[in-house]
Design a binder for this molecule. Sequence first.
Ligand code: UDP
Length: 241
Amino acid sequence: MSNQILKYHRVLLKLSGEMLEDEQLNFSPHVAKVLANEVKQIYVMGAHIAIVVGGGNIFRGVSGSKQGLDPVTADYMGMHGTIINALGLMDIFEKSGMPTRVQSAFESDRVCEPVIRRRALRHLEKDRVVIYAAGTGNPGFTTDTAAALRAFEIGAEVLLKGTKVDGVYDCDPVHNPAAKRFESISCNEVIERKLQVMDSTAFTFCRDKKIPIIVFNLFTPGNLKAILEGKSVGTLVTVEP
Ligand code: UDP
C-alpha cells in the first residue's frame, strides 16, 4: 500500500442499486467492473473503504406496497435485493485484486458475515474492503440511512454518495438546463431549499453526527481518487451549524 497523504483515510461509499444496472441486467458485472476500477485507485492509496450497497435495481419496498404487497414484506424483499448486489460486487472486487468481505444486517450466513463492528474494523485495518448488505436490517428505512449509520459506526471521515450526476443542483438538471450545481452547501441550506441529497433520516443523522457528505459522479474516471487527494469534486455538504 502506498503512503500517500490522503485527505480522507476512511470512507463510507454509498452505491445505489441503480448504479449497478445496465439496460440488460439489474446487476451488471460489466458496470461493477467499471466501478471496481475506480475504487481500486483509492484502495492502492491505502484508504480504508466500506461500502453500503442499495437494492433499488432489484426491488423497492415502496413500489411493491403501491402494488398491493404488505409494506413490511416488500421492504424485506428490497433488503434481500441488496444482498444480491453485495455478492456480485464482492466477486468483481476480488477479481480486481481487492480482498472483500460482505456483512449483512440480517442473517444470511451461507454467504455473508453478520454485521460485527469490531470485525469490520479489523477487515479495514487488514486492507479488506467491507461491503454492507441488507441496509439497517429494519423495514421502513433505506440504504441511505444504513450508509449514515455505518459511517458513524466505523468512524468514516466522510460519506461519499456516488451517483450518476455531478453533485447537488438548485433544481433538477435533467428538466432545467439552467440548473446550478453547488460546489459546497451547508446542511441547513439543503434543508431550507428542500434539496434532495439523501433521504431525510440519513441526512439529519449525518448532520447531527457531523459527518460531511460528498455527492459526486462516480462514473467520471478519477473522481473518487481526486476526492481522496483533497480536490474539489461534486458537491460537499458541510456540517457546521
Ligand atoms: N430497505 C429497508 N430497510 C433498510 C434498507 C432498505 O427496508 O434499512 C428496503 C426498502 O424497501 C428499499 C429497498 O430495501 O426500497 C432497497 O433499498 P434502497 O431503496 O435504499 O436502495 P437504493 O435506492 O439505494 O438502490
